[in-house]
Design a protein. Structure first.
Length: 119
């Protein structure tokens, strides 16, 4: 069972958390299951690296802030003492949705920060 230890860093477009008590494979499965429950699709699943998307990029380009589109990448790296570092990177800026779209991305990143702190 993964146990959240602490937030290492939260800056624009990046969340970095530390966990202990889980392997990379277990953490990958846990994150995949959590994000699928949140409506995300895991589009690239390599060992410890995930690309998560929600919504349609094309609709976002056509309809702006009226269409949902989020894209994040997640990396999982081993540390010392059976600890893992999980980084969540923002991959879409929200610019195609204007200021509203950019604020939607920031809000979603803050929501993910909460979700990942409670894994």
């Amino acid at each position: 069972m993964a146990l959240f230890v602490k937030n290492l860093q939260t800056v624009d477009g990046l969340i970095s958390n530390q966990y202990k008590g889980a392997s990379i494979a277990e953490m990958t499965k846990k994150i995949t299951d959590l994000m699928e429950q949140q409506g995300y699709t895991v589009t690239n699943d390599q060992f410890g690296n995930l690309i998560l998307e929600k919504g349609s990029r094309v609709k976002r380009l056509l309809l702006g802030a009226f269409a949902t589109y989020f894209k994040f990448s997640v990396t999982i790296a081993p540390g010392v003492d059976n600890e893992l570092t999980v980084n969540i990177f923002q991959q879409s800026s929200g610019m195609s949705g204007g200021l509203i779209g950019m604020n939607q991305i920031k809000t979603e990143l803050a929501r993910l920060n909460f979700l990942f702190a409670n894994i």
